[in-house]
Design a protein around this ligand. Structure first.
Ligand SMILES: NC(=O)c1ccc[n+]([C@@H]2O[C@H](COP(=O)([O-])OP(=O)(O)OC[C@H]3O[C@@H](n4cnc5c(N)ncnc54)[C@H](O)[C@@H]3O)[C@@H](O)[C@H]2O)c1
Length: 327
């Protein structure tokens, strides 16, 4: 079994390759060439969720991700998300690799939004609003910058320190982008071409009134029926609502489930899945005026595809540490 640490993983895959890998994964998923049972979420008292995400993607591999989301960890100086991925050989069932799941989660979630941005955002998009400046927000912005020529980013977080640290780190990575820390979401969202929500919020995090015509939104933070980042009105304003998986969002995405329960949104208003857009079954953005929205809760197909690509590249590059468990 190959052990792949975060430092190995960062060396073996680029964001562009991760976005291409997500394209393959989402197309296979929407074509039905995956077996992805809904994830099992165990709520651990009031502390957080232990989540188990198994998946099989035909031609790529089998994997399970163990991920825990404990929001209180930030206060004791530990990350909110802890995770590992086990990759299995699809021919023999042998465990091929144990990998750090945190960096793969951030990479594949960013890459999924990058793929959505590629098909749904205006090609001349230049400004981004980032709401929530935690771990995921970094790869979200990185992926958007891989597919669009971003020149300006306005950042809001409830926590000023995290906002400051995010801007410091991201300015080093993207020195050509003008970063501004803003004191409310109105300032971030007004006039933004692309809006990223990457928070742990249970309430909408911005006002729909501030969303410009032609904007694209990547809403990736809310992943349980109780969580919500999107103002309900934005669902009415959006011309195209694209999701990672119809089944998963209707089971897990408070952003859609809460308005459905109130009778102000219907699942029929979901335009399609990202895999259907990427394969060309349905068109992506068609006009500059459309408001487009990508809602993702994350599916195991992303982890399987990303883990399989990382394993393949690591073997080629001779990275990682082999261990035996049965000796
Ligand atoms: N869709 C997916 O595939 C996917 C994948 C990974 C993580 N997630 C989810 O994304 C969310 C963010 O994850 P993370 O690892 O970045 O967490 P994090 O704790 O590192 O960052 C979240 C940030 O959001 C900020 N925040 C919370 N409420 C806010 C609000 N109302 N307005 C502005 N900022 C606010 C927090 O201060 C924090 O800095 C989590 O809910 C996580 O479970 C989704």
């Amino acid at each position: 079994m190959l052990i792949l640490r975060k430092s190995d993983i960062e060396k073996v895959i680029s964001m562009d390759e991760a976005i291409n890998t997500m394209e393959t994964a989402f197309i296979k998923f929407s074509e039905g060439n995956c077996k992805i049972p809904l994830r099992t979420v165990i709520n651990v008292e009031d502390k957080g969720d232990a989540i188990f995400m198994p998946g099989y993607v035909e031609g790529l591999g089998i994997a399970v991700k163990l991920v825990s989301v404990f929001p209180g960890n930030l206060e004791i100086g530990k990350p909110t998300i802890n995770s590992v991925i086990l990759l299995e050989d699809q021919k023999t069932g042998e465990v091929l690799a144990l990998m750090d799941g945190g960096c793969i989660t951030a990479l594949r979630t960013g890459a999924a939004s990058g793929l959505a941005t590629k098909y749904l955002a205006r090609t001349d998009s230049k400004s981004v609003a980032v709401i929530g400046a935690g771990v995921q927000a970094k790869t979200q912005l990185w992926a958007v910058c891989s597919v669009r020529d971003i020149q300006e980013a306005r950042i809001f977080d409830l926590n000023d320190d995290r906002k400051k640290r995010y801007i410091e780190e991201m300015s080093e990575k993207f020195p050509y982008i003008r970063f501004a820390g803003v004191s409310n979401t109105d300032e971030a969202v007004k006039g933004a071409d692309i809006i990223i929500t990457a928070t742990t919020s249970k309430k909408p995090v911005f006002s729909a009134e501030n969303v410009s015509k032609g904007a694209h939104i990547n809403a990736m933070g809310a992943y349980t029926p109780e969580m919500q980042e999107l103002p309900e009105k934005v669902l009415k304003m959006a011309d195209k609502i694209v999701v990672d998986s119809r089944e998963a969002v209707l089971e897990e995405a408070g952003d859609l489930i809460i308005p459905i329960r109130k009778g102000i949104f219907s699942e029929k208003q979901i335009y399609g899945e990202l895999g259907e857009v990427a394969s060309g079954i349905i068109p992506g953005r068609q006009t500059d005026k459309e408001i487009t929205l990508f809602k993702t809760v994350g599916i195991a197909a992303e982890d399987v595809a990303c883990a399989a690509k990382i394993y393949e590249n690591a073997l080629l590059m001779g990275l990682g540490e082999e261990i035996l468990l049965d000796n």
